[in-house]
Design a protein around this ligand. Sequence first.
Ligand code: URP
Ligand code: ZN
Ligand code: ZN
Length: 464
Amino acid sequence: MALLIKGGRIITAADDYHADIYCENETITHIEPTIDPASVGSDVELVDAKGRYVFPGFIDPHVHIHLPFMGTNARDDYESASKAALAGGTTTLIEMICPGPDDEPMAAFEEWFTKADALAAVDYSFHMSVVRFDELARTQLRQIVQEQGIASFKVFLAYKGALNLPDSDLFDLLSMARELGVITTAHCENADAIDSMQQQLIGEGKTGPEWHEPSRPIAVEAEGVHHLCTFAELTGAHIYIVHTSCEPAVKAALDAQLRGVKVWVECVAPHMILDKSYAEQGDFVGAKYVMSPPLREKRHQDVLWNGLRARTISTIGTDHAPFDFQGQKGMGRDAFTKIPNGIPSVQERIDLIHHFGVLQGRIDLNTMVDACSTQAARLFGMYPRKGTIAVGSDADLVVYNPNHEHTLSVESSQSKVDYNAYEGWSVKGRAQVVTVRGKVQARDGEFTGEIGRGQLIKRKPTHF
Ligand code: URP
Ligand code: ZN
Ligand code: ZN
């Protein structure tokens, strides 16, 4: 069935205008000031977008769905994560493949792909985490890039003994990424410094979630960013710093940019909206807000918003990592180091950014689209198929009601996780109609689409 979206205000990263959009065979085929419904035949779904924004489908460049981590596994599968993403206006997810240090990369790719292929209702791709870098891994990583269409790696400078990649391997991996034209995304915190500080704090009986932030302070993150940028400077690799949380980390990346390092910066919704006082709540409630890098002092949020407004910070993701409060977060009652890290936000991201960013005058609508869709498409090799509204692009569209007020809660959340970090918050703005390649997949915060419709978006390396 074709799709006609009439009377909306189209917002892209650069433009803002009124027009009708006609879509056929999964793509946008016409954008015109007016398209007469009588002229397009009868097998057409008509969406009235008067008084609404029409955005390109949002892309979340940083989610975890299948995540074996810290002795447990994240709660969502592709069905629940897709429903949550779509309810919130996100039509493409880029998930981190996070194998263990003994796993073969190709087996890990197959494991993650099989899970997504069965249940995805959004389009998706993966960042391939590199946790081992022996001869076999090198061969398979090349195949994953060249044959499976995965054009980005992920490295962890953090999580000593679990996901952390040693420097000797990091240098060689970045050299290979440079040669392949692959961008390397990175979690930048110094694993050894964190390990020492955590042992000391636990030894002093400082075991509650409020000690998570002091165990990985801003200097540890800034050092991690500087460290990776130095390696990128030496190898010429293109790098992308994920979930940047604080001023010194942003500054380390921008300093490197001025030296000529090809580095891009991501921030994620929890760091922009929540501060460390949430993780300091008593009765172990703070565990809901334990993520890494940790929630910071509120003053850092201004730096993130200002960086976005100046477009020196490129993207807003979520780092959706859903672990139940009951049972899973509870594994860390006697030591904050055992609390599974993560704050689920995939459904809430766009409404939070609209409410706290656009409506409070911190960023404009074009910047919201740029950071939540266009830049991810550009950096990760999906543009202009994704990330914009143009003839020939996939018909991934979000008809958005900027005036709809609603309350964020675990009841209205489609994720399987048992809490909502934004419980009871009232926000303005909600996706009214969400399409993936021309088919309506969600309406008014509810999934109405087809499970399994999502496709792996094969990407080509662009970072030469
Ligand atoms: O706390 C976080 N960020 N959990 C997910 C794993 C990661 O570091 O991205
Ligand atoms: Zn991370
Ligand atoms: Zn993550």
